[in-house]
Design a protein around this ligand. Structure first.
Ligand code: MEV
Length: 430
């Protein structure tokens, strides 16, 4: 089910938390229990934590916000993000607004194929071992499927067994088998690990070798999502900058990230700000996605940017392509009280749709970051957002924060000294 909605929420940021909640409640038909979950993580307590991890001593809250203006494949969507960094939600919303004018973000994904690896050592002749494995590949795939018939019933399952050779390693010749599995709507780690462990004894028998590791690969390069967005160049104009100048700056930033790994790491971090904040809110294993994305960024031997920006006529066009190992069955998607509400807000997406939203979020975040970098620089907007924290740290009471922030913005100085003197001024005026 996709909730028909309008994600344009003008002035959303100016509302109080309660007003924002009421707006989201209206759009996503949230119940009073849902609101309690969002407001105070009701339903997620120490007992929940204790069931989830070992040695639990408490729970760890993060801010949850909604990024506005997202339009993905023609549908508006409220995009939840859980993140501690100021600016991320505002930046995503601003960029999504620009991308909307180019008809929103268009996404596609491949089949959800994950890879399981089996390491084989101490076998005899490499060529003969490969021949034997390839001759038995179909039987091994069938055996892998026999351990998870629910997956095959849903149209998924193991599809292929690939033999990869490493003739010379520090521990002798090595074969690494890849079991490719369509994991449907699951993230896939448990499915894959169970399958590779199940067929490992057969692999040992066939190879007369020794199996060591049996584990999924987080370089999920057979499970990719692609998001593309367009912005009319004229829409990029800001301050003294023309749209053409901003577009050119964005393209130059994109090229720098392509040629220089030092920049690519930061460029990709900016995109992952959007991907991860969404994945955390949606209860996903964001570490797996992080690992996959960075490995994918280095797939041609040099670490590069995950996104590309170019100009097509009078339009800026950006594309991001990333491996996406996410799931909507298993994990904490049906057990974590806040994550459950997030999925309701999202209209209970499939794993593919969830991954596409993550990529769209990354693309928008990346656009916002490099647009700021290519023009005014990042600190102006960032410190403006961070000013509320600085005011609180200087001792401003909640009712004083807005006035202190206004003072800081006036003097464009966000130091703790400036915050202390702004607070004195505010209190003096009161
Ligand atoms: C900060 O969290 C992210 C940026 O450094 C990303 C970038 O440089 O592209 C602003």
């Amino acid at each position: 089910m996709i909730i028909p909605t309008n994600s344009r929420l003008p002035g959303f940021y100016k509302h109080s938390v309660d007003e924002r909640l009421a707006l989201v409640q209206g759009i996503a038909e949230l119940t009073e229990d849902d609101l309690l979950s969002l407001r105070q993580a009701a339903g997620f307590d120490c007992d929940s934590a204790d069931r989830m991890v070992e040695n639990a001593i408490g729970v760890f809250p993060l801010p949850l916000g909604i990024a506005a203006n997202f339009r993905i494949n023609g549908e508006d969507i409220l995009l939840p993000m859980a993140v501690e960094e100021p600016s991320v939600l505002a930046a995503a919303s601003n960029a999504a607004n620009l991308l909307r004018d180019g008809d929103g973000i268009l996404t596609t994904s491949t089949e959800p194929i994950m890879i399981g690896q089996i390491q084989v050592l101490d076998f005899g002749d490499l060529t003969e071992t490969r021949r034997r494995l390839e001759a038995r590949a179909e039987a091994l795939v069938a055996k892998a499927n026999s351990v998870n018939t629910r997956l095959t019933d849903r149209g998924g399952g193991a599809r292929a067994l690939i033999v990869r050779e490493f003739p010379e390693t520090a521990v002798g010749p090595m074969i690494v088998l890849h079991l490719e599995v369509n994991v449907c709507d699951a993230m896939g780690a448990n499915i894959i690990n169970t399958m590779v462990e199940a067929i490992a004894p057969d692999v040992e028998a066939i190879t007369e070798g020794r199996v060591r590791l049996r584990i999924l690969s987080n370089l999920a390069d057979k499970r990719l999502v692609r998001a593309q967005g367009r912005v009319p160049v004229a829409r990029l104009a800001r301050g003294d900058w023309s749209g053409e100048e901003v577009a050119r700056g964005i393209v130059e930033a994109s090229v720098m990230a392509d040629v220089d790994p030092y920049r690519a790491a930061t460029h990709n971090k900016g995109a992952m700000n959007g991907v991860d904040a969404f994945l955390v809110a949606a209860g996903q294993d964001w570490r797996a996605v992080e690992a996959g994305c960075h490995a994918y960024a280095a797939r041609d031997g040099r670490y590069r940017s995950l996104s590309r920006w170019g100009i097509d006529g009078d339009t800026l066009v950006g594309t991001i392509e990333i491996p996406m190992q996410v799931g909507v069955v298993g994990g904490i998607t049906k057990t974590h009280s806040v994550v459950k509400v997030v999925h309701k807000i999202l209209g209970y997406p499939s794993a593919a749709r969830l991954g596409e939203i993550a990529a769209a979020s990354g693309l928008a975040q990346n656009l916002a970051a490099i647009m700021a970098l290519a023009t005014d620089g990042i600190q102006r907007g960032h410190m403006g957002m961070h000013a509320r924290n600085i005011a609180s740290e200087a001792g401003a009471r909640p009712e004083e924060v807005a006035a202190v922030v206004a003072e800081l913005k006036k003097v464009r100085d966000y130091s703790s000294v400036a915050a202390a003197s702004a607070l004195l001024k505010v209190r003096g005026a009161a």
